[in-house]
Design a protein around this ligand. Sequence first.
Ligand code: ADP
Ligand code: MG
Length: 322
Amino acid sequence: MREDTKATQSKNAMQSKNALQARGVSRTGTAPQTRGASQTRATSQARAVQQSADAEEKIRSQKAPASPVGRQGESRPPENTYGRKKKKTAPSEDVIVLDHVVKSYSTGAPALNGISLKVKRGEFVFIVGDSGSGKSTLIKLLLRELLPTEGGITVNGTNVVRLRRRKIPKFRRGIGVVFQDFRLLKDRNVYDNVAFAQLIIQAKARDIRKNVPMMLSLVGLAGKYKAKPKQLSGGEQQRVALARALVNNPPILLADEPTGNLDPKNSWEIMKLLEEINEKGTTVLVVTHNREIVNAMKKRVITMKKGVIVSDEEQGAYIDED
Ligand code: ADP
Ligand code: MG
């Protein structure tokens, strides 16, 4: 079974290689293309997958009929089929900590120039700021795709700066990620795109058969499991990406301009989904330019400008930079 899964994973990863590279997915992976290719890519996809639990359950309760899997959520029947227990942690725990972080690329001014910030478990945080202000660099640092030039970073209790390379894949399982361009596997259908994330963590076949439909129900796509990405609208594709990001149940979800390619209606639907996921306990960090949504949702808003945080407000609003 396990061998089968591994073989499938490896095959999947290989097959996906071109598609992933074409979409720049490898950049979400750790790793230089030369190294442990299939595993690395698989890992980056898996990372993209993680989270579901809280969200699922909640969304499922709204949109989906019966689902076999229970969530580890507070009041739910705790029947997590994929075994990963949600850490019982104090609500005040900081799950993301940046301490005077500087990130310089080889050219130009530092992309981040002294960022300190803390995010508590269960928070919902918007990160806004002009193009080039360092938002994506921040996300990459949190994923350990990049190392800071200076400063400390802790995510999910892990000191990211000291993290050994071989431990990166496991670390990334604690973080679900979605991007503006969805980064789905073009040649795979919806079901397989989500299942891919489970294969990467070597989930059991029977768990995959439960978790994937559950996640698709969660995001309202149960009826489209056979569709290929190009047959879906942008909003639907982002829902698949979200299902993939959540299916492994990570405690943190990072979204880098998740509505950047979506129309207002779909943007709202995705943001509402993110909010629901957050309400179920997942810590959510959303980079966005969507002024209207930021202003309406009344969440914490961190505003960046030229690599520094210029504002950090509870129930904040989009600040005009002019
Ligand atoms: P944002 O996501 O807010 O638009 P980024 O984090 O992508 O900003 O970029 C911040 C700054 O770092 C920009 O000036 C950008 O040009 C620069 N930058 C980003 N990635 C690289 C890179 N790989 N090499 C050199 N400079 C980069
Ligand atoms: Mg960016």
